[in-house]
Design a protein around this ligand. Structure first.
Ligand code: NI
Ligand code: MN
Length: 225
């Protein structure tokens, strides 16, 4: 059993009843966030990249919860320097954590902090937890190797951006769903800012047209996978 909560933008909480993982906790400064930073009790904080709408409140949450940030090496070193515990990983590598297995995948994007420091490669993650596999693509354009990700792991839920401009737009995201073939596709990274305005119902219609399942989650909604 795995509970998945959508906090808006690219931020999700995974909870198997024992452990809780938050991905890309962009809370303060996020007009759509249904929660406050202090509401997040997750001990594990997964960061796909360093952009402020993904690193977000990760350091504050890790400090408040005496938690662990999981990120690629360069970003993990950066957050360690800010005084939090980090687990350094890199793309293609997996590790068995108390909550389950986490593997970093490629993503085509950037990864700099607000002050312009480059934080290595951006990433996606495949997390195996509560008997389910969740693929959070991070911010990325469409890439053919998504087929390989879907071949190596049977994905129960794929969380992918549809907002265009910085990432895949709707039509490329539909192609990504076709490549990965998840049991369920969930759109993210849209409508937080005017430049990433997109209609998730259009995405859902197009995913349904290729014979796949899509769920548009509202902000703060929890589903059980
Ligand atoms: Ni980004
Ligand atoms: Mn982003």
């Amino acid at each position: 059993m795995l509970k998945l909560t959508y906090l808006s933008h690219s931020s999700f909480i995974l909870d198997d009843g024992n452990e809780q993982v938050v991905i890309d906790p962009f809370i303060s400064g996020n007009p759509n966030s249904p929660v406050k930073t202090g509401d997040i009790k997750s001990k594990y904080i997964v960061l796909t990249h360093a952009h402020s709408d993904h690193l977000g409140d990760g350091i504050a949450i890790a400090k408040a919860n005496k938690g662990l940030i999981i990120a690629v090496n360069e970003l993990a070193n950066y957050v360690s320097g800010q005084g939090v515990n980090a687990h350094n990983m890199h793309i293609g590598g997996g590790y068995n954590f108390p909550f389950g297995r986490l593997k970093f995948t490629i993503a085509h994007h950037g990864s700099s902090t607000n002050d312009g420091l480059c934080m290595g490669q951006p990433a996606g993650v495949v997390i195996t937890m509560g008997g389910k596999k969740v693929y959070h693509t991070g911010d990325t354009g469409l890439f053919l190797d998504m087929k390989l990700i879907g071949e190596l792991d049977k994905i129960d839920a794929m969380l992918l951006p549809i907002g265009d401009n910085f990432t895949m737009g709707i039509d490329d995201a539909v192609k990504a769903v076709e490549f990965v073939n998840p049991a369920l596709a969930i759109p993210m990274h849209y409508n937080t800012f005017p430049v990433i305005k997109a209609d998730p119902e259009e995405f859902k219609t197009k995913v349904t047209q290729i014979g796949k399942n899509c769920r548009v989650m509202s902000f703060g909604e929890t589903i059980t996978l």
